[in-house]
Design a protein around this ligand. Structure first.
Ligand code: PRP
Ligand code: URA
Ligand code: MG
Length: 216
C-alpha cells in the first residue's frame, strides 16, 4: 500500500490486481455487466486491506483433535454505509467479506453547483460502538464524502471508528476531505490528475452511478 507524506490517513491500494481491474473499468467500452463485476472484485481486494487492523479476541473451540483458544473478530458488527447510488456497487463486495455486517444507507446527489443534496439516511442502531465503513467509488470535489462522514458523526459514530473506501479520487477532493476530517482513514485505488470544469475526475471513469446502473 502506498502512502502520501501530506496525508497520514490516505492509503493508496496499489496492488497489481486492483490496478489492472481499475484500468478495465476506466475503458469506455467496458460493459455495464463487466463494470459491476469488476467493481465488486476490486472492493473485495481493497476491503481486505481496509480490514487488516480489525481487532481480534479469542474463543474456546474444540477441533476434532484438541481444544484450543482460537482467534475471532472482537466487538459489535461493522456497519457498511453505501452512498447512493454508486456506493451500492461496492456494498456487495464488502458484504461478501463480512456477511454479518449491518448496512446503513446515505442517499446523495450533486446539484448544479456540485453541492451534495441528501435524500435518504437510514442507519442501524448503536453506531457509537461500531466500525463504520462508508463506500462510494468517486471522490471528486470531496463535498459528498465530507457530508457522508458528517452524517455518521451526527448520529453518534466515533471519528476513529469511521473509514472511507473510494475507488478514484481527485487531488482537489482529497484535500477537501482531509481539511474537514484529518483523522479519518481514506482508502483509494488512484488519485487521478485533476477535476474538469464540470467537476468530473480526469481521466477518471465517467459517472460511476450511470455506468453501474446503465442510466447513461
Ligand atoms: O466528490 P463529489 O464532487 O461530491 O462527487 C462525488 C459524488 O458524485 C457521485 O454521485 P452522484 O452525485 O453522481 O450521484 P449518483 O451516485 O446518484 O449518480 C459519486 O458517487 C459521489 O457520491
Ligand atoms: O468523475 C466523477 C465525478 C463525480 N461522480 C462521478 O461519478 N464521476
Ligand atoms: Mg452519478
Amino acid at each position: 500500500m502506498k502512502t502520501d507524506p501530506r496525508y497520514p490517513h490516505l492509503h493508496i491500494v496499489d496492488h497489481p490486481l486492483v490496478q489492472h481491474k481499475l484500468t478495465l473499468m476506466r475503458e469506455k467500452s467496458c460493459s455495464t455487466k463487466d463494470f459491476r463485476i469488476l467493481l465488486k472484485e476490486i472492493t473485495m481486494l481493497m476491503g481486505y486491506e481496509l480490514t487488516r487492523d480489525t481487532p481480534l479476541t479469542t474463543r474456546r473451540i474444540e477441533t476434532p483433535v484438541a481444544p484450543m483458544r482460537a482467534p475471532v473478530i472482537a466487538g459489535k458488527k461493522d456497519v457498511i454505509v453505501p452512498v447512493l447510488r454508486a456506493g451500492l456497487g461496492m456494498s456487495d463486495g464488502l458484504l461478501a467479506l463480512m456477511p454479518s455486517a449491518r448496512v446503513g444507507h446515505i442517499g446523495l446527489y450533486r446539484d448544479e453547483n456540485k453541492q451534495p443534496v441528501e435524500y435518504l439516511v437510514r442507519m442501524p442502531p448503536e453506531l457509537k460502538n461500531r466500525r463504520c465503513i462508508i463506500v462510494d467509488p468517486m471522490l471528486a470535489t470531496g463535498n459528498s464524502s465530507v457530508h457522508a462522514v458528517n452524517v455518521l458523526l451526527k448520529r453518534g459514530a466515533m471519528e476513529d471508528n469511521i473509514k472511507f473506501l473510494a475507488l478514484v479520487a481527485a487531488p482537489e477532493g482529497v484535500e477537501v476531505f482531509f481539511k474537514a476530517h484529518p483523522n479519518i482513514d481514506l482508502y483509494v485505488a488512484s488519485v487521478d490528475e485533476k477535476l474538469d470544469k464540470n467537476a468530473y475526475i480526469v481521466p477518471g471513469l465517467g459517472d460511476a452511478g450511470d455506468r453501474i446502473f446503465g442510466t447513461l
